[in-house]
Design a protein around this ligand. Structure first.
Ligand SMILES: NCC(=O)CCC(=O)O
Length: 234
């Protein structure tokens, strides 16, 4: 029996130069979005113990930080606010002078070419840490979606180029698209975090943003043992 293979695919990875020729995937700086954590009412950077090497940046240092990032070739930033102005709804997010609007304005005026893609959610701005308005111990979907639209229009007015809604409310992307279009922001894009799983991997992030959450988000983020609801949610 002749067992000599005719199809010798190892030929195609036999040398560095051959592997380079056949490369189909490239990871470039422009494939990445840089998250930045901005805290209001502080003067010094705060190291984030759960994300070694990453700091919370005082709001007053944001312009310089963004200029440095741009000089390194970074073209996309996702600002996350660490709020000292929390309430039950996260209403600071739809205040034209609130932290979210200020972050976006500061970044765009420091480096107009930097694309700003703010997180659109409430968990950093609510005094209970959930991603929306609580009613009877649950996050109320439709009121939260209304508030997400207000937040989105505020971010767009402040100059955001793209919005990243992450609250995992049903219908949020459609409502935000309609709200943006009605307010004249047809060119503001949406980067939907459409399939987020309730996961301990968010632990470091929650510490980074000083989340007030106790409990979990299993009532709105996906459960990992049902791929059907995952696909439907997408
Ligand atoms: N707005 C960001 C998040 O929702 C993070 C996810 C989490 O803490 O579960």
């Amino acid at each position: 029996m002749n067992i000599t293979p005719l199809r010798r695919l190892r030929r195609l990875r036999s040398s560095e130069v051959m592997r380079d020729l056949l490369r189909e995937s490239h990871l470039l700086l422009n494939d990445l979005i840089h998250p930045i954590f901005i805290e209001e009412q502080i003067d010094q950077v705060v190291p984030i113990s759960t994300l070694p090497g990453i700091n919370r940046i005082p709001e007053g240092c944001l312009a310089d930080e963004v200029k440095q990032l741009y000089a390194l070739g970074i073209r996309y930033v996702m600002p996350f606010g660490i709020s000292h102005t929390k309430d039950a709804q996260g209403s600071d997010t739809w205040n034209d002078n609130g932290l979210l609007a200020r972050m976006v304005k500061t970044i765009k005026s420091a480096v107009p070419e930097m694309m700003v893609i703010p997180d659109i959610c409430f968990c950093e701005y609510t005094d209970h840490g959930h991603c929306g308005v609580m009613q009877n111990n649950k996050v109320c979907n439709d009121i939260t979606v209304e508030n997400l639209v207000k937040q989105s229009v505020t971010a767009a007015k402040a100059g955001a180029d793209m919005l990243a809604p992450s609250a995992m409310m049903d219908g949020q992307v459609k409502a935000i698209r309609l709200g943006l279009d009605a307010a004249g922001f047809q060119d503001v894009a949406i980067l939907a975090h459409s399939a987020k799983f309730a996961s301990s991997f968010y632990g470091p992030f929650r510490a980074a943003v000083d989340s007030e959450l106790s409990g979990d988000r299993k009532g709105y983020q996906l459960v990992f043992w049902s791929s059907t609801t995952g696909h439907l949610t997408l």
